[in-house]
Write a protein that binds this ligand. Structure first.
Ligand code: ATP
Ligand code: MG
Length: 393
C-alpha cells in the first residue's frame, strides 16, 4: 500500500547554511542502512524534505525497523501515492486508505491539504473541507475536530497526490558523520556500548579500541566485544575496532606497582594508547562508559588521574547516569544480553582487593616511574601486535 516514506527531521532544520550537509548525510545514511533490507529503494531530497521510495516489493516492518535506528530521523510517515491526482481518484484513495489503515473508525480527524500544484482546481482549504466531507459520507462514525484531532490525514498535491496519516517516531539525534569521529574505549561491560550509542546519536562516527589480556582473557571475551561493536554499529554505522594486547603491560604494572593503584595505572595506559590510536584515526575525542562513583576507578579523584594522561577531550556521556538508567538503555539498544555474558574482563583479573578510591596524582606518577625501563618497548609491542577488525553493517 505504501510506495514511499516521508522522512521528517528535527534538529537538522536549525543548521542554517550548513543544512544541506546534514540533509545529504542523512540521505546517505538512510540509503546505506536500507542496503541490508529486502527490496530496492531510492532516497531523494526535494523542497526540504526527504523521501524514501520503494522501487520494488519490500518488507514494511523491516523498513520501519531499520529507519527507526537512523539518527537524525524525527518521524517516518508511510505515504500512499496516487498517480492520477484527479479529484475523484484522490477521494477514492483517501477512502481506501482510511478503510485499510483504521478498521475502527471511531476517532476525530482533520484533513490537512498542501497544494504544491497551483493549477489544481481546489485551494488547500477547499481540499481539506471537501475531502473531510467525503470521508464522513463514507464513514459516519468519524468526527471532524480541527483543533486537536486524533488522526491527521495529510494530502499533498504535487506531480502526484500523496496521502499519509501516520507518523512513526524516529530515534532523533543527528546524522552520524556530521560531527566528526571519536575513539570509544569498548569493554565487554554494560556501560561502554551505551556510551558509544549516545555519542553516535549526536552525529559522531565511532572507532573503537578493546584491550584484552590473553591468556587471562579468552577468545570468547574478545568475540563478545566484537558482537557488542556489531550491535552498536547497527546505529552508528561501520566501526573500525582495534584490539590491543595488554597482557604484558598489565603484568608489569602488577609486578612493579602498588596493588591498590593497579586499576588507576592500567586505566592511564589504556587512555594513553587509546589517544594515540585516536590521533592516528583522526578522531577528535575519546569516549568512555564512566559514571561518577560507580566503582573505585570512577570516583572524581580517580577520573582526575586517568584524565591527566589525555590531551584530547574525553567524552563520558554516562557521567551522571545511575546504573539502572544505563541498563535500560542497553536493553533498548539490545546490547544488555551480550554485555552480561560471564566472560572475564581484563580489568577484573588483576583487580586489587582494596583499590584506592582517592588516588593522588603525584603518588600515581611516582609509582609509574617503576615502569620507566620497560614501558616504551612494551607500548611499541602493543602497537605492533594490535589487530584491526572492521565492523561493517
Ligand atoms: P563497562 O561496563 O563499560 O565495562 P565498567 O562499569 O565495567 O564499564 P570499568 O571497567 O571501570 O567500568 O571501565 C570504565 C570504562 O573504561 C569503560 O566504560 C570503558 O570505556 C573503558 N574500559 C574498561 N575496560 C576496558 C577494556 N578492556 N577495553 C577497552 N576499554 C575499557
Ligand atoms: Mg568493564
Amino acid at each position: 500500500m505504501y510506495k514511499a516514506f516521508l522522512i521528517k527531521y528535527s534538529e537538522i532544520g536549525i543548521k542554517g547554511k550548513n543544512r544541506y550537509v546534514f540533509e545529504d548525510a542523512l540521505c546517505k545514511n538512510i540509503s546505506d542502512a536500507l542496503k541490508k533490507a529486502y527490496g530496492d529503494f531510492e532516497v531523494s531530497k526535494e523542497q526540504g524534505r526527504i523521501y524514501v521510495w520503494a522501487l520494488t516489493e519490500y518488507d514494511y516492518d523491516e523498513v520501519i525497523a531499520i529507519l527507526s535506528k537512523v539518527f537524525g530521523i524525527a518521524a517516518i510517515c508511510p505515504v500512499m501515492l496516487v498517480d492520477d491526482k484527479g479529484w475523484d481518484s484522490v477521494c477514492a484513495a483517501a477512502v481506501a486508505h482510511v478503510k485499510e489503515r483504521y478498521p475502527d473508525r471511531n476517532f476525530t480527524f482533520k484533513v490537512e491539504a498542501k497544494r504544491g500544484d497551483k493549477h489544481y482546481p481546489y485551494t488547500s482549504p477547499e481540499i481539506g473541507s471537501r475531502l473531510g466531507a467525503v470521508l464522513i459520507d463514507n464513514y459516519p462514525e468519524m468526527k471532524v475536530d480541527v483543533h486537536s484531532p486524533q488522526v491527521r490525514i495529510t494530502v499533498e498535491i504535487r506531480g502526484k497526490a500523496y496521502i499519509y496519516s501516520e507518523s512513526i517516531k524516529g530515534p532523533n539525534g543527528m546524522p552520524v558523520g556530521t560531527s566528526g569521529k571519536a575513539m570509544l574505549l569498548l569493554s565487554g561491560g554494560i556501560d561502554s556500548p551505551v556510551a558509544g550509542y549516545m555519542i553516535a546519536k549526536r552525529g559522531v562516527k565511532l572507532a573503537a579500541v578493546y584491550f584484552h589480556a590473553p591468556p587471562y582473557t579468552s577468545e570468547r571475551a574478545k568475540k563478545k566485544v566484537v558482537d557488542l561493536a556489531k550491535k552498536v554499529a547497527v546505529y552508528s554505522g561501520s566501526i573500525r575496532l582495534y584490539v590491543v594486547n595488554f597482557t604484558e603491560i598489565q603484568m608489569a604494572i602488577y609486578e612493579k606497582c602498588p596493588h591498590d593503584e593497579l586499576t588507576i595505572i592500567m586505566r592511564r595506559y589504556m587512555m594513553k594508547i587509546a589517544e594515540n590510536l585516536a590521533l592516528k584515526e583522526e578522531c577528535l575525542g575519546l569516549v568512555t562508559g564512566e559514571s561518577i562513583g560507580q566503582v573505585a576507578s570512577q570516583t572524581m579523584h580517580s577520573l582526575l588521574c586517568t584524565n591527566d594522561v589525555c590531551t584530547l577531550p574525553v567524552y563520558r556521556p554516562l557521567i551522571a547516569f545511575d546504573k539502572q538508567d544505563i541498563v535500560e538503555i542497553s536493553q533498548k539498544i539490545d546490547t544488555f544480553e551480550t554485555s552480561i555474558l560471564p566472560y572475564e574482563d581484563c580489568c577484573t583479573i588483576f583487580v586489587a582487593k582494596h583499590p584506592v578510591t582517592k588516588p593522588n596524582l603525584n603518588v600515581i606518577k611516582k609509582s609509574e616511574r617503576k615502569l620507566e625501563e620497560v614501558i616504551d618497548d612494551m607500548l611499541e609491542r602493543a602497537y605492533e601486535t594490535m589487530e584491526i577488525e572492521d565492523i561493517e553493517v
